[in-house]
Design a protein around this ligand. Structure first.
Ligand code: SAM
Ligand code: SF4
Length: 349
């Protein structure tokens, strides 16, 4: 009889384990372990490919999740198997008390990797406190090495401040420092070689990103897109590149290096060679919506559940629901496709 009871209890525990502790594995057998958290829909720049010229509708601050709410979601996410978190935005460094939030996240048990994507404008003052709070690596967006062109693409940004930020990140001990470059035909594709050369002298990872059609008015047209193969061909006109064998957890970038180079060169190819079959990520918008694919408008509303009194279990169930709905792949390479409604600045790239 005791044995019988023991077996029943064991079975109950196993069922509990399957339902509630199971890691996030979706219908296509992808293990989801990466969450991008957008902390704000605001930005101190207005990059032409990210937001329309008139700006975007900004949400009231009461609509934006507090750090405590974000932490609650992040905690539940780690219970579900999320081990990597990237803080993004809008521009994460303009949200008040961001250092405090980094500190909160960095103490989460179960988190093995914490990073941030920033435009770098405020990084010179924030790099050291960020590092001290637990942020050990950073991606900085920089689409031109020419002051005037940088100002144009960001609609007003100051290139010098970004360089100061990049320097400060290195000095604070952040590593690797990754530089994200969105490549746009006949706008900055003539700088591919100059960007690539940076990896000769410095230990940076220069990541060339294919221009993506996110948001109905982000200016994307097929003619403005440069494939990573074309980029590679242009860069190899100066020096041959060798592929870098990378660890599985290094994300979708295809990595290369110059033989004598201190850094690396990466290509992010969402269009030319989509990486949907290995996509391991979810995105949480600043207003509390969980998105399973950058290019899809499907969202799961965590904020209403959280503010309606939902606890750990309800949030876990929503993560399961999200995973169940994660699409197999995006359709942006189809000849006709619908661009998603939100602009990148309000999703979190
Ligand atoms: N403000 C921060 C920054 O610029 O790094 C973080 C947010 S931004 C939306 C995140 C990343 O998305 C940046 O590297 C940016 O270049 C990239 N991005 C935005 N719109 C894009 C687009 N249409 N195609 C490709 N990358 C894009
Ligand atoms: Fe702001 Fe980053 Fe978008 Fe540029 S890419 S407008 S810096 S959120």
């Amino acid at each position: 009889m005791i044995g019988g009871q023991h077996q029943i209890r064991l079975l109950a525990f196993l069922l509990y384990d399957v339902k509630y502790m199971a890691k996030l594995i979706d219908q296509y057998n992808r293990k989801i372990n990466y969450l991008r958290i957008s902390v704000t829909d605001r930005c101190n720049l207005r990059c032409v490919y990210c937001m329309p010229v008139e700006g975007v509708h900004l949400r009231e601050s009461s609509e934006i999740l507090t750090y405590e709410e974000l932490l609650k979601i992040a905690y539940v996410a780690t219970l579900k198997g999320i081990s990597k978190i990237r803080i993004t935005g809008g521009e994460p460094l303009i949200r008040k008390d961001i250092i405090r939030f980094v500190g909160m996240l960095s103490r989460l048990p179960g988190l093995t990797d914490l990073s941030m994507t920033t435009n770098g404008v405020l990084l010179s003052e924030f790099a050291q406190p960020l590092y001290d709070a637990g942020l050990k690596r950073v991606n900085i967006s920089l689409d031109s090495l020419k002051e005037e062109r940088y100002r144009e693409i960001t609609r007003g940004g100051d290139l010098k401040r970004v360089w100061e930020g990049i320097g400060a990140a290195g000095q604070a001990g952040m590593s690797p420092v990754k530089i994200n470059v969105v490549v746009i035909k006949d706008f900055n594709d003539d700088e591919l070689v100059d960007f690539a050369r940076l990896s000769l002298e410095r230990p940076y990872q220069i990541r060339f990103i294919e221009y993506m059609p996110v948001g109905a008015s982000n200016g994307w047209e097929r003619e403005k897109y440069v494939s990573s193969e074309e980029m590679l061909r242009i860069i190899e006109t100066i020096l041959p590149l060798a592929p870098v064998k990378k660890a599985e957890e290094c994300g979708p970038a295809k990595l290369y290096r110059f033989r004598e180079g201190k850094g690396e060169i990466g290509f992010i190819t969402p269009l030319s060679q989509h990486f949907c079959q290995t996509c391991n990520r979810l995105r949480l918008t600043a207003d509390g919506k969980l998105r399973t694919c950058l290019f899809s408008d499907e969202e799961i509303d965590l904020k209403s559940v959280l503010r309606g009194g939902g606890g750990e279990q309800e949030l876990k169930d929503l993560f399961d629901l999200a995973i169940h709905h994660k699409p197999e792949k995006h359709n942006i390479t189809d000849p006709v496709f619908k661009k998603c409604n939100r602009h990148m600045v309000t999703i979190g790239g």
